[in-house]
Design a protein around this ligand. Structure first.
Ligand code: PDD
Length: 286
């Protein structure tokens, strides 16, 4: 089945969807994106992703090309057209085709480029890695200082995922001024003596939508959450660690820079939070 993608209001077979070589997303990384998971044909945490998309666009001085209702309808339509049960929807909005290469934003503004496509991932919630856990390595934080904006500038995270793989690990956590900021494409957490610790929000990290939901569900379940920075040494000495993102939900981490955490198996708290997140977010899925 040919994948049907969305481009600026049209539904097209993927091979027919074309964007200009002058698009600022391509030339300047001048665009933002969101990834929303789909489970059983329903959107997980859709409202959170919609809110963050709006915020990212505002921070870059771009209008939002659609209302929340329009975005919701587009998401439902792309799920339907591609018959997605489990998977994800990628959406990207760029500042558009400026007609030439220019550092300055087009003035007057030009129509933005809106792209959406699906990725089918049957059994997404039954990812076997959740039962074995991930190995991560630490690498220096070298991204820009507006990591709260979900831009398409993903080269450094890509380089670090490659470096992690070359080192025999699954992913990398970034370290800046001695503390972990986040993972390459996820938020980082540790658990010590029953306390669940994750870095507080700032421009230093992406304001994860899964992170926000996990905090809410954990608090409702009377679990203790502490939002503060932590070091790699503290993480290595923790009882458990895990990451959160729309791609993996809650995923245990069992090794950091070659040091096994606890017995080297996914922890009780991470496993519980994964179940809690999947149960609760499925109830609210749209
Ligand atoms: N990444 N931090 C970074 C740097 C991310 O790229 C992501 C998401 C997260 C987690 O955010 P959320 O819970 O809203 O997915 C944190 C997406 C999934 C990606 O780039 O594929």
């Amino acid at each position: 089945m040919t994948r049907i993608v969305h481009l600026n209001g049209d539904w097209l077979p993927e091979a027919e969807a074309k964007v200009s070589v002058f698009d600022r997303g391509f030339l300047m990384g001048d665009g933002v994106y969101e990834v929303t998971s789909v489970l059983g044909g329903k959107l997980i945490d859709f409202e959170g992703h919609c809110r963050r998309l709006d915020r990212s666009l505002k921070e870059l001085g771009m209008p939002n090309p659609h209302t929340d209702d329009e975005w919701l309808a587009l998401h439902h339509e792309i799920v339907r057209l591609n018959d997605i049960g489990d998977g994800s929807i990628y959406l990207q909005v760029t500042r558009g085709n400026g007609g030439d290469r220019d550092f300055m934003y087009p003035n007057p503004p030009v129509p933005q480029t809106v792209v959406m496509f699906t990725q089918s991932k049957p059994g997404l919630a039954q990812n076997p890695q959740a039962t074995t856990g991930l190995k991560v390595i630490s690498l220096p934080e070298m991204r820009w200082h507006r990591r709260d904006i979900k831009t398409v500038q993903l080269l450094y995270p890509s380089m670090c995922k490659m470096a992690a793989k070359a080192a025999g690990a699954d992913d990398a956590w970034f370290v800046e001024d001695g503390a972990v900021t986040e993972g390459t494409s996820n938020n980082a957490w540790i658990v010590k003596d029953g306390k669940i610790i994750t870095r507080q929000l700032s421009n230093d990290l992406l304001h994860g939508i899964t992170r926000a939901s996990v905090i809410r569900f954990a608090k409702e379940a009377q679990m203790e959450i502490i939002e503060r920075p932590f070091t790699i040494e503290e993480a290595q000495a923790a009882d458990e660690a895990f990451i959160t993102s729309a791609g993996v939900f809650v995923m245990p981490v069992v090794e950091i820079d070659g040091k096994k955490l606890g017995d080297g198996k996914p922890g009780r708290v991470a496993t519980r939070l994964r179940e809690l997140y999947l149960d609760e977010s499925l109830k609210a899925a749209m």
